[in-house]
Design a protein around this ligand. Structure first.
Ligand SMILES: C[S@@+](CC[C@H](N)C(=O)[O-])C[C@H]1O[C@@H](n2cnc3c(N)ncnc32)[C@H](O)[C@@H]1O
Length: 299
């Protein structure tokens, strides 16, 4: 199938305004993806500026490099997890940064590549690793975790009401055979939940797939570690934007930003998270659940 190699960046104008990038600035995109936001950032900092792009997915990096080929700013791209921000910046000899962006979650490209196993709409191996060199995949979680632990993950990371039923069906099924593909898992989940699940607003597997992805990639821990380390590297008056796509992530960002604000170290620039305009939400379905929060370091 034709891959979506032009992942449409979400809320670019809003990020541009909030980051208020100046020519010559040193900026970090912690989730380079296909380089849409990075292109805007590199263009804004211009010839005297520098962009550091980080992604844990080699496939995304290859696409981003292509997209950033023509920019005049200095560009360094690093394959790493943004939770290792200190290591990445130390490796480049960078102490302080003018602006950070984190646009967390998966890219359209990762979803569209059936073989990466993120999507119940594309059949593929149960994988979901953003960094395919990591050891544990969704296959391991689904086939090895205890029923209790599976139910906990589905409930906590997917806010799935039917977590116990789904975990029980998974465990019963795998007693007879391993569960190997995204389609097998999606079918099991569809069979485990009541008819009319969530009034058919979303596919019955949506929340469980989200939960497994979050667990496989340790997304919530990575987010809080990444924000913490990034904030310590931010210059005074430097800014940080975080775009998240589900409530658990947004809660982490909100709480961390509030704490920094309470300590008098940061000023929150978005009292409430910004949401995409109606126009953007109808043009790009992935943007619909986006929430953007920003802060400025003041101390
Ligand atoms: C929503 S996409 C970013 C899209 C990008 N802003 C653009 O305009 O193309 C998220 C990207 O972040 C990467 N990612 C997610 N969590 C990460 C982490 N903890 N460390 C490094 N990269 C991460 C994913 O591999 C994916 O490529």
């Amino acid at each position: 199938m034709e891959l979506n190699t032009q992942h449409i960046p979400v809320m670019v104008k809003e990020v541009e305004e909030l980051l208020a990038l100046k020519p010559g600035a040193l900026v970090v995109d912690g989730t380079l993806g296909l380089g849409g936001h990075a292109l805007m950032m590199a263009t804004a900092v211009g010839a005297g500026g520098r962009l550091i792009g980080i992604d844990q997915d080699e496939a995304a990096i290859l696409k981003a490099k292509e997209r950033l080929k023509a920019v005049v700013a200095r560009v360094d791209i690093v394959k790493s997890n943004f939770s290792r921000m200190n290591e990445v910046l130390d490796g480049l000899g960078i102490k302080e940064v003018d602006a950070f962006l984190f646009d967390v979650g998966v890219s359209s490209m990762q979803i569209d590549m059936g073989e990466r196993g993120f999507s119940f709409r594309e059949d593929g191996p149960l994988d979901m690793r953003m960094d395919p060199s990591e050891k544990i995949s969704a296959f391991d979680l689904v086939n090895d975790l205890s029923e209790k632990e599976l139910a906990r993950i589905l409930f906590e990371y997917g806010e799935e009401r039917f977590s116990s039923r789904i975990a029980s069906v998974i465990v019963r099924t795998r007693a007879a055979r391993q569960i190997k593909t995204t389609k097998e898992l999606a079918d099991l989940i569809s069979g485990a939940v009541p008819r009319g699940y969530d009034h058919a607003r979303i596919h019955p597997a949506t929340r469980s797939f989200q939960a497994l992805r979050v667990a496989v990639n340790h997304e919530l821990d990575a987010l809080s570690t990444g924000i913490k380390q990034a904030f310590e590297r931010l210059k005074k008056n430097g800014r940080m934007c975080v775009i998240s796509f589900h409530s658990l992530e947004d809660r982490i960002v909100k709480d961390m930003f509030r704490e920094l604000d309470r300590e008098g170290r940061a000023k929150i620039l978005t009292k409430k998270p910004l949401r995409p305009s109606d126009e953007e939400a109808s043009a790009n379905s992935r943007a619909r659940s986006a929430r953007l929060r920003a802060l400025e370091r003041i101390q």
